[in-house]
Design a protein around this ligand. Structure first.
Ligand code: GDP
Length: 443
């Protein structure tokens, strides 16, 4: 898996910048730094200013160099960091010089992969690192940081340890049935398994909170044509919330903007008007709007206040517990709005004047908080983890239904392996450790 090549990469990403950071990792990193700087290595972990030269002795650039001897480095290997001036020409010259010294450009994720191989990170932490780099809102950043800190890995590892213990008990009972072992082992194992099954099931039933936080909550603006959906989307996107440019389809298609609502990522979609359309294109738009409405985490159902007392029945049908009900064009309406609609409170807004829009954003933020905030408990963040947990839970449940000790043990082994896939720890030796530590069989 990990070769002994020394790799390098522009860690700070391409393009013009004041400073660019290059990272080198592997056994030849130290020699490369000495060759580039023409001087002995600096003391470990202390920045030093050096002039870097190429093979012909011509100056490439001047900057700070850092030396992290193994194993106290990100990858666990010898690592060198070069902080040079940003820009394409410097990058090209550094790249050429490093290639000339026999180093090879790193593959995507290769530094993290080496860190994983060296036991510096488990897989959930490596994934969290990628999430942190991609995080766009405060809540996403916090979730990635907690996972990088190992909160999720510790939870899964703890479960796995408990499964290993149950497995050891069960297998010991099978293998050493005649010997003098403490009694009631399989009952203890059974209880541990039942408890674990409950905890995994509860963790899985979190409503996809962590995954939604990674991907962003989906919200849809729904309503009849001309109630002001597009105008509202534009106004909302133009507020403090907008973080990314709109990805626009046709006016009859779904238009999305990415919003940062109180630190939560929300992808807000404007959908074509809900009505039985004559034109085929519009029909497609309506179909998509319906699909959106069905899958959205958060619905903003918009009515036209100036059309009162008439209420669009198709829109009314979309008002449920998770919906925010908005009456738009309140700048042109002086009458009284209904206090609630289908049991939901009503908000008066105007895309034209901006009235009520901060309240809408706050209501969206509260709803996002309800859906995404788990009160600090580590959240399931990826479909990969979910699948493995589901496999593990299914195997534990099979084990609980099983009568034959050999089959129970086999199911528990499958459950342990499924959990091990999440953090990347799949190890038979550990099993033996548990057996020998807890039973001291044969001393
Ligand atoms: P959509 O079909 O629901 O997306 O509606 P649009 O956003 O295209 O708006 C339809 C019409 O209503 C346009 O002429 C807008 O200028 C107008 N409109 C939208 N919001 C308001 C508002 O708050 N007040 C007033 N007076 N007109 C609005």
């Amino acid at each position: 898996m990990s070769d002994h090549h020394t790799i390098f990469a522009l860690a700070s990403g391409g393009g013009r910048a004041g400073i660019a950071v290059y990272r080198l990792s592997g056994p030849a990193a130290a020699a490369a730094l000495q060759a580039l700087s023409g001087r002995p290595l600096p003391p470990p972990r202390r920045a030093q200013r050096r002039r870097l030269v190429d093979a012909a002795g011509l100056v490439i650039d001047e900057g700070l160099v850092l030396w992290f001897p193994a194993p106290a480095s990100f990858t666990g290997e010898d690592v060198v960091e070069l902080q040079l001036h940003g820009g394409r020409a410097v990058a090209a010259a550094v790249g050429d010089a490093l290639l000339g010294l026999g180093l090879r450009p790193a593959e995507p994720g290769e530094f993290s992969r080496r860190a994983f191989a060296a036991g510096k990170l488990d897989l959930t932490q490596a994934e969290a690192l990628a999430d942190l780099v991609a995080a766009e809102t405060a809540a996403q950043r916090r979730q990635a940081l907690a996972q990088m800190d190992g909160a999720l890995g510790r939870l899964y590892d703890d479960w796995r340890q408990r499964l290993l213990r149950a497995q050891a008990h069960l297998e010991a009972e099978i293998d050493f049935a005649e010997d003098d072992l403490p009694g009631g082992l399989s009952e203890a194992a059974r209880q541990a398994l039942a408890e674990l099954a409950g905890q995994i099931a509860a963790h899985l039933a979190d409503g996809g909170r962590g995954e939604r936080l990674r991907d962003g909550l989906s919200a849809a603006i729904l309503g009849a044509p001309n109630v002001g959906k597009s105008s509202l989307l534009n106004r909302l996107a133009g507020r403090e919330a907008a973080i990314v440019a709109a990805t626009a389809g046709t006016t009859r298609d779904v238009i999305e903007v990415h919003l940062d609502v109180d630190g939560f990522p929300v992808t807000l979609a404007d959908t074509a008007g809900l009505r039985a359309a004559a034109e085929a294109v519009e029909e497609e738009g309506v179909r998509r709007a319906r699909a959106r409405a069905e899958t959205a985490d958060l619905r903003l159902v918009v009515f036209d206040a100036t059309a009162l007392p008439a209420l669009d029945p198709a829109s009314l049908a979309l008002v449920d517990d998770g919906a925010l009900v908005l009456f738009n064009k309140c700048d042109r309406w002086t009458g009284v709005l209904p206090a609630s609609l289908a049991g939901r409170p009503v908000q008066a807004v105007s895309a034209a004047s901006g009235q009520g829009l901060n309240e809408v954003l706050h209501a969206m933020g509260r709803r996002a908080g309800q859906l995404l905030d788990g009160g600090g408990a580590p959240a399931l963040t990826r479909a990969r983890h979910r699948r493995a947990l589901e496999d593990s839970l299914a195997a534990i449940r099979r084990a609980l239904d099983e009568g034959l000790p050999e089959l129970v043990a086999e199911d528990v082994r499958v459950a342990t392996q499924a959990l091990g896939r999440i953090t990347g720890r799949v190890d038979v030796e550990e099993m033996l450790d548990v057996i020998f530590r807890e039973f001291c069989i044969g001393k």
